[in-house]
Design a protein around this ligand. Structure first.
Ligand SMILES: Nc1ncnc2c1ncn2[C@@H]1O[C@H](COP(=O)(O)OS(=O)(=O)O)[C@@H](OP(=O)(O)O)[C@H]1O
Length: 384
């Protein structure tokens, strides 16, 4: 009894969505159009008597958003009717940050009825495919993306895009997929260093990649050697030199891959490059702490941001009592928790830690860069 009630609650959003599709297909878009007309009238009245300029501006922005939503719903309704599968460029791109829970977000969103993801996960098109091939051969990108219905949302994530060379990645993405919405998770950078180090060790043991990592017994030894090197050429945040330094750290990353374990966490420097082509209307900054502790709210916000109907709800995401990590409830069996597969919980399960010296030195190093980040995005993140 209780379980069938829970199933009903879980499938309710689906039923609502399908009903909306049905009603719209049956009766056209007049309901939504009426909504827009009503908004127009309201904003006209405000124009006539501009008591509050800000309020007028907000209304106009609401109208633009409302019309975009109308256009989107129209497309989605068409997609309800058209089941032809083909290759499409992504409408959502997860650019990182590496080791900040990008896999968890990917899996959580994959659950959305209008989102299509690739089974081989990371396309690595803009960081890996040589530029000469990239310019003329979009099929290489499409080959790495899933089949989808015409108006479904293809979502690809390649965390290397945010902080790996070449420095033209943001410009290239903007050029090739100008309409795509960008998702960026920023997590506490000191914990990220440990996570990234352990990932390097695991990849080396499995595939022999980046063998220099074997010279370090643990992450503290790595920090003791590399932090002074990176600090020497980056130092504290300096607005005037930010762009040049952001390019410089990509150069060092190319010549010595291991510097990236520390430089990836210099979020403001990387974001400086991205903000030359994007702003927060098309690039969403997600607080890593929210993703780790309240992923359901993050997923709700992401659906809103990318313009999809909100069918994944906060209450679908629950903490696995055994691991402490969040999982989501299966649609068909609410008692079944679907959790992240693969070796994704190496450090945040408490199995590894940095010593006090590494933590305080890294904290000091990142401090001014974190502050620069918060003023760049206009808010503090919970971990800062
Ligand atoms: N819900 C949930 N389930 C499992 N794991 C979770 C979750 N939320 C966040 N995390 C943490 O995500 C860390 C891996 O980050 P990424 O997926 O971005 O790694 S990667 O860049 O794709 O390799 C990984 O970090 P480590 O613990 O250091 O391995 C996880 O702890």
């Amino acid at each position: 009894m209780v379980s069938s009630f829970r199933i009903t609650i879980a499938v309710l959003p689906f039923i609502v969505l399908l009903s909306v599709c049905y009603v719209i297909m049956e009766h056209g878009l007049t309901q939504i159009e009426n909504g827009i007309i009503r908004n127009d009238v309201e904003s006209f009245q405000i124009h006539k008597n501009p008591k509050n300029k800000q309020q007028t501006q907000r209304k106009e922005e609401d109208n633009v958003r409302e019309q975009a939503k109308h256009h989107l719903w129209k497309q989605l309704v068409e997609s309800c009717e058209n089941k032809t599968l083909a290759k499409y460029l992504p409408r959502i791109i997860g650019i990182g940050v590496e080791k900040c829970g990008t896999g968890a977000l990917y899996q959580f969103l994959d659950h959305h009825p209008f989102i299509r993801t690739s089974s081989n996960i990371e396309a690595h098109y803009f960081d890996f495919v040589p530029e000469a091939d990239r310019a003329e051969n979009l099929h290489i990108y499409l080959d790495r993306l899933p089949l989808a219905e015409p108006h479904a949302y293809v979502f690809e994530k390649s965390p290397a895009y945010f902080s790996f060379p070449p420095d033209e990645i943001p410009a290239m993405i903007k050029k090739v997929v100008p309409e795509a919405k960008i998702l960026l998770i920023l997590c506490e950078p000191v914990a990220r260093v440990l996570s990234d180090f352990e990932q390097h060790v695991a990849v080396y043991k499995k595939r022999g990649k980046h063998p220099k990592i074997k010279y370090f017994q643990n992450a503290d030894e790595y920090v003791a050697k590399y932090l002074p090197i990176v600090n020497r050429y980056i130092g504290k945040w300096d607005e005037k030199e930010a762009l040049a330094k952001s390019q410089q750290l990509l150069y060092y990353h190319k010549t010595d891959f291991l510097t990236g374990i520390i430089t990836t966490g210099l979020y403001a420097l990387h974001l400086k490059r991205w903000f030359q082509h994007y702003d927060q209307s098309n690039l969403m900054v997600i607080d890593g702490e929210d993703l780790f502790n309240d992923p359901g709210s993050v997923v709700e916000d992401v659906q809103e941001f990318v313009g999809l109907p909100k069918v994944l709800l906060k209450e679908d995401y629950v903490r696995d009592p055994e691991t402490g990590f969040f999982c989501y409830k299966d649609w068909t069996n609410n008692d079944n928790l679907v959790c992240l597969k693969g070796p994704k919980q190496r450090t945040r399960n408490g199995n590894k830690s940095l010593n006090h010296v590494s933590i305080s030195e890294l904290k000091y190093f990142y401090e001014s860069h974190n502050e620069a980040l918060f003023s760049m995005i206009g808010r503090r993140l919970k971990w800062g």
